[in-house]
Design a protein around this ligand. Structure first.
Ligand code: ZN
Length: 383
């Protein structure tokens, strides 16, 4: 085998995920997926600004800046909730296009979600009747599945969430009686299994941040010279180091998440003008504990590149050296991960994996509610 072939073979591909990381993935059919087992997948990536970006949370304040401890550098940063929201939104978009392509199969899956378990109240016997209560997800009966998130407004932060779709199951949701039928009053948090670090730029604000002056434009007239305002932007070419840890995920979940992460091209905000980014996957590692943080990695890189805007490829090579020593797979075929966002199998497998998770979540809720006897609904048994 030639050197080139050997290297090629070692690349992490969507098809080789299972073989390479099997020990750190949960099996789709495992009976206790809702309980954590410290199976963690760390993913390190670089996020490159491809136009001027405004990395800030909702609102009008300036961009987020972060002082690197132990240095004089202050660098732009992207908060975890932003990255979380962007990847969740993107995943929802892909799920919707999949639904439109595979309408029948996806509709069928959602039928099961409507009737997952049967709870028995009372007991059969002389003059007694066993009462069967069907338990399932309420919003699953909508003809058109449409889960969405929206910016926090008052207390209702999960207005559009259905509680059961692959994005809810992976990124977290709150289950209450508006989402589950047949269990009475509950409020249960399904924790996110995606944990982002803040993504931290490796170049000081002196070289990576600029104030841009805008003219206020109203319909038909532009008020040049008047009503100007200045906003801080991160310059194109600025490179951020990011890290995300996935906890107790299955192969379809990891595959779909890596596909979504690879394909992120916008950070949101003023999307029509600003926010263009490119994600570069650098390393993936499975383990029972986390080995690196974005801050540690950024700190080392800032020491070298703090005064300039280095080329993203150069930074990636440098980072790979560090990660290799920590057991990361640094040869990732990102192009192939990006491609599978358009492959229906990605979303089909993800929905099936989620269906089993949802059923286990629901059974956990029934346990918490103290229900003694419940079993699978007929619909579920048939599938
Ligand atoms: Zn959802």
């Amino acid at each position: 085998m030639s050197q080139a072939q050997a290297t090629e073979k070692e690349k992490l591909e969507p098809e080789t995920l299972r073989a390479k990381l099997e020990h750190w993935l949960r099996d789709v059919n495992e009976p206790d997926r809702v309980y954590t087992k410290n199976k963690k997948i760390e993913v390190v990536f670089l996020l490159e600004a491809v136009n001027a970006i405004l990395p800030r949370t909702e609102g009008v304040e300036d961009i987020t800046l972060f002082k690197i401890p132990g240095t004089e550098y202050e660098v732009p940063a992207i908060l975890p909730e932003k990255l979380q929201a962007v990847s969740r939104r993107d995943m929802l978009s892909y799920l919707r296009s999949y639904r439109d392509k595979q309408n029948k199969e996806n509709k069928e899956l959602r039928t099961y979600l409507k009737k997952l378990s049967v709870v028995y109240k009372g007991s059969e016997g002389k003059g007694k009747e066993k009462k069967e209560i069907l338990v399932g997800f309420k919003k699953a009966k909508d003809e058109l599945w449409n889960c969405y998130i929206q910016p926090p407004s008052g207390e209702e932060t999960d207005v559009g969430m259905d509680g059961f779709c692959p994005a809810c199951a992976l990124f977290g949701t709150v289950l209450d009686s508006s989402k589950i039928e047949g269990v009475g009053n509950i409020s249960v948090g399904v924790k996110s299994r995606v944990e982002f670090d803040p993504a931290i730029a490796i170049s000081d604000r002196k070289v990576s941040v600029i104030g841009l002056t805008h003219n206020k434009v109203s319909d038909g007239v532009s008020w040049t010279g008047q009503s100007l305002f200045t906003e801080q932007h991160v310059l194109p070419g600025t490179v951020f180091v990011g890290k995300v840890t996935l906890e107790d995920v299955t192969e379809p979940e990891l595959k779909a998440f890596l596909a979504v992460l690879s394909a992120i091209d916008r950070l949101g905000g003023r999307e029509s003008v600003f926010g263009g980014v490119r994600v570069h996957l650098v390393g993936v590692r499975g383990g029972s504990y986390e080995t690196v943080s974005a801050l540690e990695l950024a700190k080392a890189l800032v020491a070298e590149y703090g005064e300039e805007l280095p080329n993203v490829g150069t930074v990636a090579e440098k980072l790979k050296e560090t990660l290799k020593g920590k057991g990361f797979i640094v040869n990732v075929n990102q192009e192939n991960f990006r491609k599978i966002v358009d492959d229906s199998n990605t979303w089909n497998d993800l929905w099936r994996s989620t269906l089993i998770y949802d059923k286990q979540v629901l059974e956990r809720v029934l346990q918490l509610k103290g229900e003694e006897k419940y079993e699978e609904a007929e619909e579920w048994k048939k599938q």
